[in-house]
Design a protein around this ligand. Sequence first.
Ligand code: UT7
Length: 334
Amino acid sequence: FLIIFIKSKLMDNILITGVGSYLPDKIILNDSLPSELNTSDEWIRKRTGITQRHIVSENELTSTMAIEASKKALINANLNSKEIDLVILATTTPDNTFPATAVKVQSELNMKTGPAFDIQAVCAGFIYALKVASSILQTSNLNKAIVIGSESFSKILDWNDRSTSVLFGDGAGAVILEKYKDYNNWGLLSSNFYSDGNFSNILYTDNGPGTDSKVGKVRMNGKEVFKHAVDKLSSCLIDVIKDANLSIEDINYLIPHQANNRIIDSLSKKLNFPKDKIINTVDIHANTSAASIPLAFSHAVENKIIKNGDIIAMNAIGGGLSWGASVIKFGKPN
Ligand code: UT7
């Protein structure tokens, strides 16, 4: 206890002071999916809970969505973009192989010339980015960061494969991190992240710049991923809550990765976590990979479900396999 107390006194607190999101205007309902897919609204709803997904138009990019989400997060945090000195963007679908999509956001929003880079941890990308950003703030003279999850996942889907194409959507979400000295027990309270490359063959793209000049398309062994998802999402969540010196009852809301209602329901049952304290946007957003948690987070804040001072747990898993969890106390003391 003494060590935790001393550590919390010495470490700066990384507060999450704003959140924002962006969704493309174009919505595809289950019934409007290409008929060649030979799928049905009934199958998709029953197996996943998804009813629709937003899809980018021709002139929308991962960067354009990230920029719009960032503008909203800055307004929500009451900050000017010129105050931001670190940009981290989690994505699997960058605009180009390089430069990082994060530098486009930095330049478009006239941010400082601090570091700006992308993180590739697929659906766990936002959890990874949150941990990396807070660690950088705590160990440098940088003070304010924007952490974004943005994905144009529709561009890497095989639209002839019904077992994957119906599951995903596009969008972006962003949060603002600010470093403070004396706000103990606010902001990022604990976080963890893991990878196990032994399972890289159950969720991957089949091409890429290193293997072929073609853009790789998503391939997934859904049943295998499902099994790992429930186990790993619960274990990293239990660990992160324990590390924060909290118990499950202290968590006001859980924002799990928005992949499938059946995974979320299994998680809720396994941990005895009440379903009415789980933020769920699977039905309207589908699986937006790295954008899924910040999109759901933003949705809950906009709808006044999550409020200043709430304790929020988040957990995600995706290709890699890579997974992890965070616990935060949202906002800023009044
Ligand atoms: O973000 C990364 C994390 N990813 C995930 O969390 C995904 C995890 N996995 C899943 O969510 C589920 O495994 C799926 C939703 C992908 C699939 O559900 P499932 O209950 O595991 O179905 P299945 O793959 O065993 O397929 C059952 C049947 C098959 O037909 P047969 O062999 O029983 O005749 C599939 O061909 O459903 C068929 N099927 C479909 N039918 C209509 C698969 N996709 C579709 C479809 N529409 N879209």
